[in-house]
Design a protein around this ligand. Structure first.
Ligand code: ADP
Ligand code: MG
Length: 454
């Protein structure tokens, strides 16, 4: 009998292939399988609005998927968890509604206590990540001396969060005081502290850290006051030999609107990148994950999956899950024929989607809705309405066509990958709290002839 978490991981693998990457990352990535009892499956979510979104938008897909895996109809319930990683999203604030932020108080995060799978033991090292892996191991054993700060960067799904949490778990197990947070959370806490006149208290929270781990540092881009405050925290901790580890989706030089003294601090330690997994690493990852699922998968099948998903480890895992689930649900033998069928369904669906809507069509539809010209959307204007429309078009392009952020950036007049990423994240978040934005997305999709999931 599988544990609720194992069932949920299989379900996630299947659901991942049916929704867009942005939706998966925003809404499902940090969920867990908590309990299965009396035909009720309880899903753990980082916060209430993710639970609400999943309930409203994906309920039927989740129920159907779970029922197929478990073999009987199930109802679902959500339980809101309170580990650190999960608080990160609560901290994201609306920027369109009032141009400012709401004043929710967010507890400062310590390392999650749970038995995380994000450990060094579960991280496969290879050509693509050797330096980042070795440096991470080193700083987890020897803080504040060798590489400080350690700056790890790489595209999404390449293991940044895995590595930084692995450092945290190892350091915590060795008895160090570890603080793990994200730049998004730091910003949000700082804004709350400003509002309640408690910036000193904000600052002092960091004082006793022996490890400060900051995930997704690129989010500090453009947050001038937070950067200023963080610079002082950085200096104080650095002087005390606190080990600082930072992850980002690009190197310090490519983070837009970052104060030069903070940029130069980030460049002062070791910068290590994570590249797309090479063939050998992809195969080792697949073999390890297949073993963990206790399913025997032939090399031929693993090779096939490895050649289909070569950019990103998250997608690689998704491909394996897809094949395992497909074989399980169809009762077919797990051979190359079954695997090809499982994957070709997926690939042809993506191709079909890509054929369906061109960037011009999406930009045109969005421009029309907001009474702007397509030219304005790809141009330099930065007023609120144009920015919203531009982000909306970026979001739809990403969601429907799965274009890389950098590719979307090129379409929008040479904007960089981080700008597009933020635009997409903003819209995903806005849609969850602002019914008007959610309605606009639905109506735009309808006008573009995009089928909705539920
Ligand atoms: P990022 O933070 O860079 O977007 P994550 O750390 O969330 O990526 O990794 C995405 C998924 O891929 C996670 O499930 C993670 O465990 C897995 N993963 C990434 N790199 C590796 C690796 N080298 N070995 C094993 N699993 C990996
Ligand atoms: Mg991450």
């Amino acid at each position: 009998m599988k544990s609720p978490q194992q069932i949920w991981e299989i379900a996630l693998g299947e659901i991942q292939t049916q929704i867009t990457k942005v939706n998966y990352t925003t809404w499902l990535k940090d969920t867990t399988g908590v309990r299965y009892q009396d035909k009720v499956f309880v899903i753990g979510t980082p916060n209430a609005f993710i639970a609400e979104w999943l309930e409203n938008r994906l309920q039927s897909l989740i129920k159907k998927t779970l029922a197929n895996i478990i073999g009987e109809p199930v109802s679902i319930e959500f339980s809101v968890n309170s580990t650190v990683k999960r608080q990160a999203r609560t901290s994201m604030q609306s920027t369109y509604a009032d141009g400012g932020t709401s004043s929710k108080t967010i507890k400062f995060s310590a390392m999650p206590n749970t038995n995380s799978r994000y450990t060094f033991g579960n991280f496969i090292s290879g050509e693509c990540n050797r330096l980042a892996y070795a440096a991470s191991l080193e700083v987890s054993e020897n803080p504040g001396h060798v590489y400080n700060p350690l700056f790890i960067y790489g595209d999404t799904g390449l293991g940044k969060t895995h590595l930084i949490l692995a450092i945290g778990h190892a350091a915590k197990a060795a008895g160090y005081n570890v603080l793990y947070t994200s730049a998004e959370q730091i910003t949000s806490e700082f804004v709350s502290a400003l509002k309640s006149n408690s910036t000193d208290a904000f600052h002092s929270r960091y004082r006793n850290a022996e490890y400060l781990l900051i995930d997704d540092f690129q989010f500090l881009s453009g947050k001038v006051q937070t950067q200023e405050c963080f610079y002082h925290i950085f200096n104080e901790l650095y002087e005390k030999n606190c080990q600082i580890v930072v992850t980002s989706d690009c190197p310090p030089t490519a983070i837009g609107s970052l104060e030069s003294r903070l940029r130069s601090r980030m460049q002062g330690g070791l910068i290590a990148d994570l590249k797309s997994p090479d063939e050998e690493t992809r195969l080792t990852i697949l073999k390890t994950k297949a073993q963990q699922s206790k399913v025997s998968v032939s090399d031929e099948v693993l090779n096939l999956i490895s050649t289909q998903f070569y950019h990103n480890v998250r997608e690689l895992e998704g491909g394996l899950n897809r094949v395992l689930t497909f074989a399980k649900l169809s009762g077919a033998q797990l051979n190359i024929k079954t695997a090809t069928k499982a994957l070709s369904d997926l690939i042809s669906r993506e191709l079909h989607q890509e054929k369906l809507i061109t960037p011009e069509k999406i930009i045109g539809a969005v421009a029309c809705r907001y009474e702007l010209s397509s030219y304005a959307l790809v141009g330099k204007r930065r007023d609120r309405k144009t920015a919203l429309a531009r982000h909306m078009a970026m979001y739809l392009l990403r969601e429907q066509n799965n274009y890389p952020f950098s590719e979307i950036g090129k379409i929008f007049g040479g904007r960089d990958h981080t700008t597009v990423l933020h635009g997409c994240e903003k819209i995903a978040y806005e849609a969850s709290i602002n019914p008007q934005i959610a309605r606009s997305i639905d109506e735009l999709k309808q006008s573009l002839g995009i089928k909705m999931i539920d």
